[in-house]
Design a binder for this molecule. Structure first.
Ligand code: DX5
Ligand code: ZN
Length: 236
């Protein structure tokens, strides 16, 4: 694959899962000031994943404090009832796991009908074939590079080959006249591996523990961007 086939825009989406929840408003303001492109908002239900986090009320609470898209990653089952609630709470992008919806096409339609960008999330062992009949209904493809449920886990290396596969699918789709689709990666993304993740075709990078808890968010985000540029010079 040549460099030119990579999507032109890259984005960093800090995951607030690793933020200090006691100071969440301040945390999101600081990370946006430090250069975050999206705010990644992890929703866990202690059912689809073994952890419990935040819902539409918290999304509505941070909405006035951020002027960038809020990217809601639903790790909940079922998904449909919560979609309009997040749209109402100011979400811009809503993604969900295909295993968590009985009717994937319907859930994707619900997201777009609510005025948000829609996306499907693939666990490490979930095949990309779930995309086969819904490419026209997705704006984001999110590949999990850890099993969902917790921050601070290690990047699973087989995600790189899966990213290349997803990149080929997206490029072929766009070349055939399809809508643009972001290729997002989530889990274990750090300064020292983001270049190879970019080289494998990702354009949107979720990073939680790499950013939050560090003394200088801007310094980390700048370092991530510098490494992303390096990844673009690597032939894959
Ligand atoms: C995991 C979440 C991730 C998580 C990433 O289920 O979806 O967004 O916060 O955290 P790090 O970057 O620490 O792996
Ligand atoms: Zn996430």
């Amino acid at each position: 694959m040549s460099d030119s086939s990579l999507a032109p825009t890259t984005r960093i989406a800090p995951s607030i899962l690793s933020a200090d929840f006691a100071r969440l408003g301040e945390e999101v303001k600081n990370v946006v000031a430090a250069g975050a492109d999206w705010i990644h908002f992890d929703v866990m239900d202690n059912h689809y994943v073994p952890n419990l986090t935040i819902g539409p009320m918290v999304c509505a609470a941070i909405r006035p404090h951020v002027n960038v898209p809020i990217d809601v990653h639903l790790m909940v089952e079922p998904v449909d009832a919560i979609i309009p609630q997040f749209a109402q709470a100011g979400a811009n992008i809503i993604t969900f796991h295909p295993e968590a919806s009985r009717h994937i096409d319907r859930s994707l339609g619900l997201i777009r009908d609510s005025g948000c960008k829609s996306g499907l999330v693939f666990n490490p062992a979930t095949p990309l074939s779930f995309l086969d009949h819904v490419m026209d209904k997705v704006d984001v493809i999110l590949l999990m590079s850890v099993n969902p449920g917790f921050g601070g886990q290690s990047f699973i290396p087989s995600t790189l080959a899966k990213l290349r596969d997803a990149r080929r699918r997206i490029d072929a789709w766009v070349q055939a006249g399809g809508q643009p689709i972001a290729l997002q990666v989530d889990g274990g993304v750090k300064v020292d591996n983001i270049a190879e993740i970019r080289a494998a075709g990702a354009d949107t990078f979720v990073a939680g523990s790499a950013i939050f808890g560090k003394p200088d968010y801007k310094q980390v985000i700048d370092a991530l961007r510098e490494q992303i540029k390096k990844g673009e010079t690597v032939a894959i």
